[in-house]
Write a protein that binds this ligand. Structure first.
Ligand SMILES: C[S@@+](CC[C@H](N)C(=O)[O-])C[C@H]1O[C@@H](n2cnc3c(N)ncnc32)[C@H](O)[C@@H]1O
Length: 703
């Protein structure tokens, strides 16, 4: 499966998210063309590039004797990585047991059950064994009938937010950020969001059973890609996540308005700068990089990379931690950026030694010497040697420190992961900490976007609040309208659900419409409420909050809103026992098996004890809890006049049934069998009516 050097590819490469975003119309055109390509022809990509080889051999990114191994791995397709969502912990542990058990082996319908490909490998450096690698490519899993059960498992658990498919090296930056539940976290270049998801998980997994006091802000410059972030965040149902849409290099400050007519600038405890890059570490997944690679790509990105990193450090709290990462092997995009920053930041920023933080991870230390090159692959040792015509692209600050000065910067604390070291993609990561204000922080007034979008121009921590003038943000997201104390619908919700009035309810409930009937009611954490309220006029906010109530206007129910499953998952502790029904395992399983509204489980089919409890239980929306100390699942439910049913998505039902050890084979659709009745299956062997939707949660093409 991995042993072909020159591979005929069926899936053509489309838009690289690692490069600068292109104009929307261009994107649409590319999309159209790539769809056409997919239909009409396959792309043969030769995985060779002499310039690439010469460039990296010159940079000494690995000892010469390892080069052949490195190149061989770069030419092979990538194994599949996935991680288990780390909260709630009891659920993560239950899923982990499944992955380690024969259940997982049985997903591979292959003869040799002991073959290497069927043995998932727990990544030794991933906390709590939640990170895994399978020695089969994603394409093979998708296209081979023998793996259809595995494909179904990965798809449905991804959709229900319980696992995330992700290239394993891309899991490293969030781990090194050490996020805790009280941290304010900023992900500056976040889409499509696999690392954002990890950050949100870390925030929650460090404070089980409570709403974290911290937040995760996920930003991307590309408006369309921001909706990938919305999708990622939604899978995790966090009331502490917010998606925003800015150029990270000139990201406006978030403000917090104080009672005394002052506002302060919000500084972040943890920042991820997973910057746009040439992406040559992802060649195994995006093989067309072989054909496009040249030395200019890295040179051209250095500028935006340093600007994003500098802005990140400005937004970082003193004592905070920032991770800079790329999926490029190129020192110009990596060590040269870090070196330049360390020079400019003087002694206010330091590289952190994280060599012991990822036990078992093989990597090489950052380079202290490299040789910038022009597109024609001439290498230079000093700027004075660069010919006039290249001086605008090969810049003075791209050169390494002198050999005498190199020791000052500790560039060897950077980490480069090479593909042959543990059969992954290539990756670079550096961890920085800020020990005092940056030299230019006292003086600057960030220009740029903030000039057009609002009143947060000073980087001083405290400033007199200026009169707010509403500024046109040039985008059309609905407003965030928070409940006031006398909100008309709150009383009926509170009474019907026995909802606790506290620091979250009702002040953190909001709708997205100014007038008319409320349709959906969302909830966020108290800090998020403050941030949304204080920043609606100066930050382009795309999305935040979790849907907690949905209008249903059923005459049989004493309240106009039903509970939404996504809200129940993290907010159940805010409700008393009035609408809570606890059921034994047999009833719970039966209900999940009958979650189809057309065929609900009749009350007479439930356990006698449950029937008894339902006697004095009004009809309408409710929370159903499984009576089990180790797996106390909570789901949204509906008590009908003659039935009790789970009000949740099919993938969620399958997830709970799986974890409870039930047989879910009845839900296992073999799409290859369905093709027999389909007159025009596509070249992936998929039913043409259904194919892409199967993979909506796939981590597209990002590391
Ligand atoms: C390497 S990808 C990020 C992958 C992401 N961190 C993940 O793990 O899923 C780089 C992202 O940076 C975004 N980007 C490019 N230039 C940017 C800028 N100036 N500001 C913010 N985002 C930018 C791109 O749209 C792209 O989504």
């Amino acid at each position: 499966m991995f042993d072909r050097k020159i591979i005929s590819l069926r899936t053509p490469y489309t838009h690289s998210p690692y490069l600068m975003p292109v104009h929307n119309s261009k994107l649409k055109k590319q999309k159209h063309n790539s769809n056409q390509d997919r239909r009409t022809n396959y792309l043969d990509i030769v995985r060779e590039n002499e310039d690439f080889e010469k460039y990296y051999k010159t940079q000494n990114i690995c000892p010469p004797e390892e080069w052949d191994e490195l190149k061989k791995h770069l030419q092979l397709n990538l194994p599949t990585g996935f991680r288990i969502t780390s909260f709630p912990r009891y659920e993560a542990q239950a899923l982990l047991s499944l992955v380690k058990s024969t259940f997982f082996k049985d997903l591979f319908s292959v003869q040799n059950a002991e073959s290497d490909s069927t043995k998932p490998l727990a990544l030794p450096w991933y906390p709590d064994q939640y990170g895994w690698q399978i020695q089969i490519t994603r394409n093979d899993i998708r296209k081979s009938e023998v793996y259809f059960r595995l494909h179904n498992f990965l798809n449905s658990e991804t959709k229900s937010g319980n696992i995330s498919r992700q290239e394993v090296v891309s899991m490293i930056p969030p781990i090194l950020l050490n996020v805790e539940s009280h941290h304010k976290v900023l992900d500056m270049c976040a889409a499509p969001g696999s690392k954002t998801a990890q950050l949100i998980e870390q925030l929650h997994s460090t404070c089980e059973d409570a709403v974290p006091t911290g937040i995760v802000v996920a930003n991307d410059i590309d408006n369309q890609r921001c909706y990938m972030l919305v999708h990622q965040a939604k899978r995790l149902n966090s009331p502490c996540a917010i998606i925003v849409n800015h150029d990270a290099a000139v990201m406006p400050n978030f403000v917090v308005n104080e009672k005394n007519d002052q506002s302060s600038i919000l500084k972040f405890d943890r920042i991820l700068c997973d910057v746009p890059c040439s992406g040559d570490g992802t060649m195994r997944k995006n093989p067309d990089i072989w054909t496009k690679w040249n030395a200019a790509n890295g040179n051209n990105l250095h500028g935006v990379q340093i600007r994003i990193l500098k802005r990140g450090l400005e937004m970082l709290e003193i004592g905070g931690r920032l991770v800079y990462s790329t999926c490029s092997l190129n020192p110009i995009e990596n060590e040269a950026v870090i070196h330049r920053l360390l020079v400019d930041a003087a002694d206010s920023v330091q590289l952190v030694d994280v060599s012991a933080s990822l036990p078992g991870l093989k990597f090489t230390s950052g380079l202290s010497h490299w040789r910038p090159a022009s597109k024609d692959l001439v290498f230079y040792d000093k700027y004075e040697d660069v010919p006039e015509k290249w001086r605008t692209v090969v810049r003075p600050f791209m050169f390494p420190p002198s050999r005498e000065e190199a020791f000052k910067f500790n560039l060897d604390r950077c980490i480069r992961i090479l593909p042959h070291q543990q059969n992954t993609g290539g990756f670079f990561v550096a961890v920085l900490t800020k020990s005092k204000p940056l030299p230019w922080e006292a003086q600057i007034t960030p220009k740029s976007e903030s000039e057009t979008i609002g009143d947060v121009e000073s980087n001083c921590l405290q400033e007199k609040r200026r009169p707010k003038k509403r500024v046109k943000l040039g985008y059309k997201e609905d407003p965030f309208v928070f409940f006031s104390d006398d909100e008309d619908v709150w009383k009926s919700i509170r009474d019907f659900y026995d909802a606790q009035t506290n620091n979250v309810l009702p002040s953190c409930l909001f709708t997205r419409c100014l007038t008319g009937k409320k349709k959906n009611i969302y909830v966020c954490s108290p800090l998020m409420q403050k941030i949304l309220t204080d920043n609606q006029n100066n930050i382009k906010i795309i999305n935040s909050g979790v849907r907690l109530f949905v209008r249903c206007d059923k005459k049989t129910m004493g309240c106009a809103f039903r509970l939404a499953q996504e809200g129940v998952l993290n907010m159940q502790s805010f409700f008393g026992s009035k609408r809570l029904i606890r059921v034994a395992r047999k009833d719970f399983v039966n209900m999940l098996m009958h979650s189809d509204p057309a065929h609900p489980l009749g009350i007479e089919e439930l356990d006698e004890e449950t029937q008894e409890k339902l006697k004095n239980f009004d009809t309408g929306s409710c929370i159903i809890q499984l009576l089990d100390e180790t797996l106390p699942f909570y789901i949204a439910g509906w008590r009908g006049t003659r039935s009790l049913r789970a009000y949740i998505a099919l993938d969620d039902s399958i997830h709970y049934l799986r974890i409870l050890g039930e047989d879910v084979s009845a839900f296992d659709v073999n799409k290859f069998k369905k093709i027999e009745n389909d007159p025009e299956p596509n070249e992936n062997g998929e039913n043409s009516k259904k194919n892409c939707e199967d993979d909506v949660d796939d981590e597209t093409s990002d590391a």
